[in-house]
Design a protein around this ligand. Structure first.
Ligand code: AMP
Ligand code: ZN
Length: 114
């Protein structure tokens, strides 16, 4: 856990936030500034700063992130219409929180990436 990290604070429970999912490896929340009718974030509890810091040892947590995103797509009702999973990396990628997270965007026809 990084002491000054927003998503570490949420994951550890230091900051109380409504969670759509919470397990030993990941949790999921609604984005505070949604860019689609449904905009969720799937977040590992481990403080991984970003995609550049992922190693093969992170396989289990990455697998859990995708599995949770798929489960939420079904439980929230947008699995059939489709959705986008995205990870922003660095300044040009639009990353603003340096704790890895997966955006889950759904509820309208999304434009091309970028
Ligand atoms: P990124 O820009 O890819 O790093 O994504 C960070 C996301 O975190 C943005 O979509 C923000 O809207 C979202 N965000 C920032 N603060 C909060 C918060 N307190 N609760 C929920 N989402 C947040
Ligand atoms: Zn963190």
């Amino acid at each position: 856990m990084s002491s000054d990290c927003l998503f570490c604070a949420m994951g550890s429970g230091v900051m109380d936030v409504p969670k759509l999912h919470d397990d030993d490896l990941v949790f999921a929340i609604r984005d505070i500034n949604p860019r689609a009718p449904t905009h969720l974030l799937v977040i590992p509890k481990e403080h991984i700063p970003g995609a550049l810091d992922i190693t093969e040892a992170h396989g289990p947590v990455l697998g859990r992130m995708y599995a949770v995103a798929a489960a939420l797509a079904r439980s929230e009702g947008f699995a059939d219409n489709g959705f986008r999973l995205a990870v922003n990396c660095g300044d040009d990628g639009g990353q603003t929180v340096y704790h890895l997270h997966m955006h889950v965007l759904a509820g309208r026809r999304l434009g091309p990436e970028g």
